[in-house]
Design a binder for this molecule. Structure first.
Ligand SMILES: [Zn+2]
Length: 376
C-alpha cells in the first residue's frame, strides 16, 4: 500500500501488470486499493518477486479471505469519486501539535501546491526552486514556535496518495531524520500527484473545498487572507472564480476521444499517406483533444516555463507530440500524446535527458487522460 501511495495508483498497476479492481477493494486509512494488485505485490516483499496477475485469481474467496484473515478491511462498494477521495485524503492528514496549535507546514505546502495548480503552473518543482518560496510562507504563516523547515512536510506528504516525489534514487528517508541533506543530494521534483493536480486544475469548486478542509483542520477556520493571496488561491465564497476548462471542455474531450476510438475501430488509423516517405495519416481529432486537455499549457510536469509569445492566431505555442515516437507509437490517441512547448519538445527530441523525459511524459499522458475520464 505504501508503494502504491508513493507512485500513484496507475503507475503502480502498470508497473506490476494489474488491472483496476472492479469489485473488491482493500480499504485502508480512507483509501481504496486494488486488492488483487496489493496481494500480488505484497508477495514480492516476502519472496523477492511479485506474483503476476495471471498466477492467481482475485475475488472474495481468495484475495478477500486472505486480507480479512490478516485483519484488513475488504469492501465491495465503488471507490469514491476523485473529488471525494481528494477531500478524504486531506481530511485524514495527521495533525501534529505545537504549543501554539496545529503545525502548519503540511497545509502550507499543500496550499502552495493547490495555488500552483490553480494557475496552471507545472505540477512538479525542484527543491531548489520551491525551497525559498515555501520557507518564506512558513516563516510568515507557520506557528510561532515552528521553524521554517519545508523539507519535513515534503517528505511526510510523499507517504500520502496526494503527493509525488520523483527523480531520486532509492527510498525516501524518514521524515524525522535529516531530510535536507537527502534533498540537496538527490534533487528530486515534487508536487501533487497527477490525478489530484488535474482535479484541482479543472474544478474550482473542488479546489475551494480542499482549501476549506485544510482551513478547518489546521487553521480553525481562520486561514489568513494574506496566505491565500500569496499562493494565489481564493476562498470558497468568492463567486467570481474562473473556470479554465469546465464541463464544456470535458464534454469536448470525451466527444473527440469517442470519435478517435470509432476511427481506430474502423481501421482509419492504419491508412498511410503516400509522400516521399510513407507516413501514417494523423488524426486531427486527437491533436484537438490534446490541446483541449492542455488548456493552453505545456503538459510536461517539469516544464520550466513556456514562452509568452503566441501564434499568429493568438493561441499558445504548443506542439502535440506522440510520446513514443512514430516507429513504436501504438495509437494516435490522447492517451499516448502530449502537448509541449517548443523548448520541452526540443529536450524530448534531442536533449541529454530525452530518455527520462519521454518516460515521464508517457506516464503523464496516461495519468492526464485517465484523470479526465474519471471525471465523468
Ligand atoms: Zn514546456
Amino acid at each position: 500500500m505504501a508503494e502504491c501511495d508513493h507512485v500513484g495508483r496507475d503507475r503502480f498497476l502498470e508497473r506490476y501488470g494489474f488491472e483496476r479492481a472492479r469489485q473488491y477493494f482493500l480499504y485502508h486509512d480512507g483509501v481504496h486499493y486494488d486488492s488483487k494488485a496489493i496481494i500480488g505485490v505484497a508477495y514480492r516483499y516476502v519472496t523477492g518477486r511479485p506474483l503476476a496477475a495471471g498466477q492467481f485469481s482475485g475475488g472474495q474467496r481468495t484475495v478477500g479471505r486472505l486480507l480479512e484473515h490478516l485483519d484488513f478491511k475488504v469492501v465491495t462498494d465503488e471507490p469514491p469519486l476523485p473529488q471525494q477521495r481528494l477531500l478524504a485524503l486531506l481530511g485524514t492528514l495527521r495533525v501534529a501539535n505545537t504549543p501554539d496549535g496545529p503545525a502548519r507546514h503540511q497545509p502550507i505546502t499543500l496550499l502552495w501546491a493547490l495555488g500552483r495548480a490553480a494557475h496552471h503552473r507545472p505540477r512538479l518543482v525542484t527543491w531548489e526552486d520551491a525551497h525559498p518560496e515555501l520557507r518564506s510562507l512558513m516563516r510568515e504563516y507557520g506557528q510561532p514556535s515552528s521553524k521554517a523547515t519545508p523539507e519535513f512536510p515534503l517528505i511526510a506528504l510523499a507517504r500520502t496518495n496526494l503527493w509525488e516525489l520523483r527523480g531520486h534514487v532509492g527510498p525516501v528517508p524518514a521524515a524525522h531524520g535529516k531530510p535536507i541533506s537527502w534533498l540537496e543530494e538527490q534533487h528530486p521534483s515534487f508536487g501533487l500527484t497527477a490525478w489530484a493536480y488535474e482535479l484541482v486544475v479543472s474544478d474550482p469548486s473542488t479546489r475551494a473545498e480542499a482549501v476549506d478542509t485544510l482551513d478547518g483542520l489546521f487553521f480553525d477556520g481562520r486561514i489568513p487572507d494574506g496566505l491565500l493571496k500569496e499562493v494565489g488561491l481564493r476562498r470558497a465564497d468568492d463567486t467570481n472564480m474562473t473556470r479554465p476548462h469546465g464541463t464544456s471542455a470535458l464534454e469536448t474531450y470525451l466527444r473527440l476521444c469517442g470519435e478517435i476510438e470509432a476511427a481506430e475501430a474502423r481501421g482509419d488509423h492504419d491508412r498511410m499517406r503516400h509522400t516521399a516517405r510513407d507516413q501514417p495519416v494523423r488524426s486531427p481529432a486527437a491533436v484537438k483533444a490534446v490541446l483541449v486537455r492542455s488548456a493552453g499549457r505545456c503538459e510536461n510536469p517539469t516544464c520550466t516555463g513556456q514562452p509568452q509569445d503566441v501564434t499568429k492566431n493568438g493561441g499558445p505555442i504548443l506542439e502535440v507530440d506522440h510520446v513514443q515516437g512514430r516507429a513504436i507509437w501504438g495509437r494516435d490517441h490522447p492517451i499516448q500524446m502530449i502537448a509541449l512547448c517548443p523548448n520541452c519538445h526540443a529536450i524530448k527530441t534531442r536533449g541529454r535527458t530525452a530518455e527520462q523525459l519521454t518516460e515521464l511524459l508517457r506516464l503523464e499522458a496516461r495519468s492526464r487522460h485517465s484523470a479526465w475520464l474519471s471525471r465523468t
